[in-house]
Structures are given as C-alpha cells and as structure tokens.
Write a protein that binds this ligand. Structure first.
Ligand SMILES: NC(=O)c1ccc[n+]([C@@H]2O[C@H](COP(=O)([O-])OP(=O)(O)OC[C@H]3O[C@@H](n4cnc5c(N)ncnc54)[C@H](OP(=O)(O)O)[C@@H]3O)[C@@H](O)[C@H]2O)c1
Ligand SMILES: [Zn+2]
Length: 324
C-alpha cells in the first residue's frame, strides 16, 4: 500500500491532525496531483470550525490554494499530461479532500496550468486569495482613477492592494494600527487609514468616498461601519465570511444609491479560465504574494499566526519540506 502524509480535521471544531493515508487513485475524469505548495486561507476555518456547507463532510483534508505536478491521469483525461505543473482552488479542501497533503485528486475542469515564470509557493495564494480579489475588482463597477478601498490586510487584502494599484485605481487600505502602514504603501496603497487612530469614514469622505470597498476583514462590526465611506453609487463588496449579521440601515443605501454585494470567485466549468486570467494578470503586472512557508507538520503554527494577523501575508505549506 502506498501511503502519504496529510493534515485532516476529523469533525467540526476538531484539531488539525497529522495522519498517514493511502494515496488516492484517480477515477474517470480525475487527476492525481503531487502537492508542491498549498496556501493556508482564512477560508479553511470553514472546515476547521464546521458549518452548513453542502458537501462538507468529515474527515476532511483542507487546503484550496494548491500548486502541484500531475502524477497520474484517470481514464478519459486527455487535456493534461503527466509532469505538468497545475493549480487547483476552492472548493477543493471543502467539498472534497484538498492540498494539506502530499497528494490530492481533482477533476480536469478545476485545473489551470502554471506558467514557468511563477514560483510554486508564490503561485499558490493566487488560486483563492488572488482570483477572489482580482475578480472582485474587475466587477466592482469602478473605473481607472476611481477610489477603491481595501479593508483588512491579510492574505486577500495584500493582493487586492497590488491588483487595485496595477488596475489604475486610487488605492486606499484600511487596517488596525500603524504597523502595516509601510508595507501597505510598498504594496501600492496611496492612502493608509488606521482605524485605531482615525475616523475611517471621515478619511474616506475626504477623498470623495470610495467607489467600491472590498471588505476582507472577518468582523461584522468593522464591515457594517464602512457603508458610510462609499461615494454616490458606491458598492460594498463583502468577501470576508462573517457569522454575525452585518447591520445596514435603508437610509444609508438610499441617499447615496449605494449597494452591497457578496463576492466569491468563479467556480465550476469556468474556474480554470478565471484562474488563468488571474495568473496572466499577475505575471503581466508583476504582482507577487508575500509568503511565509511551513512544512505540513507546522500547520498549527501557520494557522495560529494567520488568526492573529501575524503572517506577512500568506502562510504556504510545503509538503516536500517535511520535518519528520
Ligand atoms: N468570498 C470568498 O470567496 C472568500 C475567499 C477567500 C477568503 N474568504 C474570507 O475572506 C476573509 C479574509 O481571508 P484571508 O485569508 O485574507 O484572512 P487573513 O489572512 O486572516 O486576513 C484577514 C485580515 O482581516 C483583518 N482582521 C482580522 N480580524 C479582524 C477583526 N476582528 N477586526 C478587524 N479586522 C480584522 C486583519 O487585517 P488588519 O490587521 O489589516 O486589520 C487580517 O489580516 C476570511 O473571512 C475568509 O474566510 C472569502
Ligand atoms: Zn480561500
């Protein structure tokens, strides 16, 4: 029996457990990928904490920012070849086993080829953090020169800042405290708003209000207050998966003809194309995630640092860097 190492969650609210499992075999239309790198997204908390997501069953191996090499093709797969470097995103790691493992199985339509120029650990976060924010900005309704604000500078936020700058928006970042100011500016923020020392709404309104705000900080109170920072016809795009209700009064929307939209990246049969667009734009405009790498065995450390906003800015697991 051929075995692999994996990190799995056995039940909702359970710990990450390092286990040895049989290497899965691809069936009709499936592909086996040897995992080279897998980002740790705050979205993996869905699997760790549990929730009412169709298809989420336990035990589950999380991880949906996967870069790997095709190792085996199931019957009927013709579009890909063994040895190609590919990427996989959500809903891997949620509705089927994902990339916190040495191998994973996925379907051909989920895959995108990874350009040679991209380093695998740096490419991994593009598969969720990248594609989610890139597509949100493209669909924000804002035009070059408009003000875009990015709330929360973590895995998603630090890529959103770079994309927004490269797309020609006046780019504002919103965070807690002064310690991320310099990095936010290096990433492309023209304006940095520290919610601990300034009034975020006043600061946004000094700029005429934001045409769109991407809310990536998972805190419903912090998101709720942002609505007044929008311009006329401005849009609040909710990306963070908050559990408490977001509170918005009708008057806040009506007077400024503002709207609120939930956002997730393209999934299903168009997912590969959406991921390719994100890779291409990242290469074209020289957008790179800032990452810290960890072996599989250090998942607890990587996850804890993410929850405490101590990662600059995305943790990436490298199964090949095993420490045992
Ligand atoms: N919609 C989708 O398709 C999609 C896809 C991926 C992820 N997500 C969700 O998007 C969110 C961000 O994911 P991520 O991977 O970027 O997470 P992350 O790396 O943990 O970053 C989140 C950032 O939010 C801020 N933050 C955290 N807790 C906060 C609080 N209590 N109050 C105010 N700000 C807080 C922190 O930034 P500052 O220190 O700058 O404040 C933190 O760095 C998560 O909720 C995740 O589940 C959604
Ligand atoms: Zn994610």
């Amino acid at each position: 029996m051929n075995l692999m190492k994996a990190i799995q969650v056995n039940l909702p609210g359970g710990e990450f457990e390092l286990v040895t499992r049989e290497i899965p075999e691809p069936t009709e239309g499936q592909i086996r990928v040897k995992v080279l790198a897998c980002g740790v997204c705050h979205g993996d908390a869905m699997v760790k904490n549990g929730g009412n997501y169709p298809g989420l069953e336990y035990p589950r191996i999380p991880g949906h920012e996967i870069i790997g090499v095709i190792e085996k093709l199931g019957p009927g797969v013709r579009e890909f070849k063994i040895g190609q470097r590919v990427g996989v995103g959500w809903p891997a790691g949620i509705t089927y086993d994902g990339g916190f493992a040495e191998y994973t199985i996925t379907s051909a339509q989920e895959l995108v080829l990874i350009p040679e120029e991209l380093n695998e650990a740096e490419a991994a976060p593009l598969l969720c953090a990248g594609v989610t924010t890139f597509e949100a900005l493209k669909n924000s309704g804002a035009k070059p020169g408009d003000v875009i604000a990015i709330q929360g500078i973590g895995g998603l936020g630090h890529l959103a800042i770079q994309y927004a700058k490269k797309m020609g928006f006046k780019t504002v970042s919103i965070s807690r405290g002064a310690d991320k100011k310099e990095l936010a500016e290096q990433l492309g923020s023209q304006v940095y708003i520290d919610t601990e020392s300034t009034d975020v709404i006043k600061e946004l309104q000094k700029l005429g209000g934001a045409k769109a705000i991407l809310a990536t900080a998972p805190n419903s109170e912090a998101i709720s207050e942002l609505i007044n920072g929008l311009s006329l016809d401005g849009k609040l795009m909710i990306i963070a998966g908050v559990e408490e209700p977001i509170q918005i009064f009708a008057g806040q929307l009506i007077a400024g003809r503002r709207s609120v939209q939930g956002w997730r990246p393209t999934i299903g049969s168009d997912a590969g194309a959406a991921r390719k667009d994100t890779m291409d734009f990242s290469l074209l405009t020289d957008v790179h995630p800032m990452i810290e790498t960890f072996p599989l065995e250090q998942i607890d450390l990587a996850y804890e640092k993410m929850l405490n906003s101590k990662i600059r800015f995305r943790a990436v697991l490298i199964p090949g860097n095993s420490i045992s």
